[in-house]
Design a protein around this ligand. Structure first.
Ligand code: CMC
Length: 392
């Protein structure tokens, strides 16, 4: 001891320099490349945000057209990948499928795995951004037993994803602009969030020079946990369990009880000690979607808003600076859009892929980059003599 700084959970250690995302947790401020998330969510679209994260600037018209063209060029997956899907049980969790299938891309795209070549790194990044909606939609289709739907490159990124997920060959498929816009906005809100657990996982995996598809699969695995991307799923389960407004106090009491492992899902954040700016946009989008779908007075939304109101007046949550985070309202929207709960974290992974590849690219391109190798404080047995089996 004494040789290293002990910082479990990395609460005070910066692992890298990065020019991609800035968070001021006390102010509730989130910016990508200097642009506030609220402005991007309102005025931009997900493809622009992808370009911004990857290249550092918003695209001009020609750059945007070329980017859209290049991304859509990569939307299909190798036909043989279908066999891989068929190897999973129908009831496999789609996140389990995502970890496996995205990792397996390493075995399909040998040509884009020379990570020393910036062009090849971009090709791998484009492939991942382009194929994630296709793979995510396939994961869904497989669980419901419907035929896989091929991508349509005349549609926007969000529209195409909704099309591959919800259309069936026997029917025309129409997407309302409000719904497509909401999907796109959810993608924007999840695009990047600096050195969170899954992004740090991608960087750590990538620091050894590993294949980019394998690195993103590692990120997906990390995102799956309920303290991270799995929280949106957990929020809905929690709201379901609470059920009615009159039971809120009972659950708040449980959340405050240190002997009860129950936590208010979708509340609290390592970095935000203020309202998560993404949660505000999410709540607004939630109202828009429910209005568009004609779901007036959705009981779950009412319950969530009431829970938020009561919690934000409770000294426990006030003192600990626990506010709603990005996951608090997203589940209600996704449910209204028709996604099963098991797909929620998949959507998070889909949208976060651009952040992961942008961070991975930044790291590999950084000449001061070294393999990530944390140290430890050893707490095990001291040196001792080996005892032969017959004497133990
Ligand atoms: N409900 C009740 N108490 C809480 C909660 C909560 N949701 N979150 C934190 N606390 C308490 C915690 O018990 C601790 O109290 P004390 O100091 O008395 O021991 C204090 O607040 C600080 O919590 P912590 O666990 O030390 O803080 P952390 O930075 O390690 O954890 C967190 C952050 C997000 C894991 C945590 O707030 C949590 O578990 N929230 C619920 C799960 C969730 O919504 N996760 C989504 C995170 S946002 C985006 C994403 O990654 O998906």
């Amino acid at each position: 001891s004494g040789m290293f700084t002990y910082d479990p959970g990395f609460t005070s250690t910066a692992s890298c320099e990065s020019g991609i995302t800035f968070i001021d947790g006390d102010a509730g401020l989130l910016m990508h490349r200097g642009y506030k998330i609220e402005d991007l969510a309102e005025h931009s679209d997900f493809m622009e945000v992808c370009y911004l994260l990857l290249y550092g600037e918003l695209p001009d018209k020609d750059q945007k057209d070329k980017f859209l063209h290049d991304i859509t060029y990569h939307t299909m997956v190798h036909e043989q990948l279908i066999q891989l899907f068929r190897g999973f049980r129908r009831d496999a969790h789609p996140m389990a499928v995502m970890v496996g299938v995205v990792g397996a891309l390493s075995a399909f795209y040998h040509d884009s795995t020379d990570i020393t070549d910036p062009h090849q790194r971009m090709v791998a990044s484009y492939r991942l951004i382009a194929k994630m909606p296709t793979i995510a939609a396939m994961a869904y289709k497989y669980t419901v037993g419907q035929p896989f739907v091929y991508p349509r490159n005349d549609l926007s990124y969000a529209e195409n994803f909704l099309h591959m997920t919800f259309s069936v060959p026997c029917e025309d498929f129409k997407i309302s602009p409000t719904i497509a816009r909401a999907m796109d906005r959810i993608f924007i809100l999840h695009a990047d969030h600096e050195q969170n657990a899954s992004t740090s996982t991608v960087r750590l995996a990538g620091s050894s020079g590993a294949n980019p598809f394998a690195c993103i699969a590692a990120g997906i695995a990390c995102l799956w946990g309920p303290a991270h991307g799995g929280a949106n799923e957990a929020v809905l389960q929690m709201l379901d369990e609470i059920g009615t407004v009159d039971r809120i106090p009972e659950f708040l009491a449980r959340a405050k009880d240190k002997n009860d492992p129950f936590r208010l899902m979708g509340f609290g954040h390592r970095v935000y000690k203020n309202y998560d700016p993404r949660a505000k946009v999410m709540q607004q989008t939630c109202h828009e979607v429910l209005d568009e779908l004609g779901v007036k007075n959705e009981p779950m939304l009412k319950l969530a808003m009431e829970l938020e109101r009561i919690a934000l007046e409770d000294p426990y949550f006030v003192d600990k600076k626990l506010f709603p985070n990005v996951d608090f309202y997203s589940g209600i929207i996704l449910k209204a859009l028709g996604f099963p709960v098991s797909m929620f974290t998949v959507l998070f992974a889909l949208a976060r892929t651009v952040g992961w590849v942008a961070q991975w690219n930044e790291m590999i391109g950084d000449p001061s980059q070294k393999i990530g190798r944390p140290r430890q404080l050893y707490t095990g047995a001291p040196r001792r003599a080996y005892v032969p089996l017959h004497k133990r």
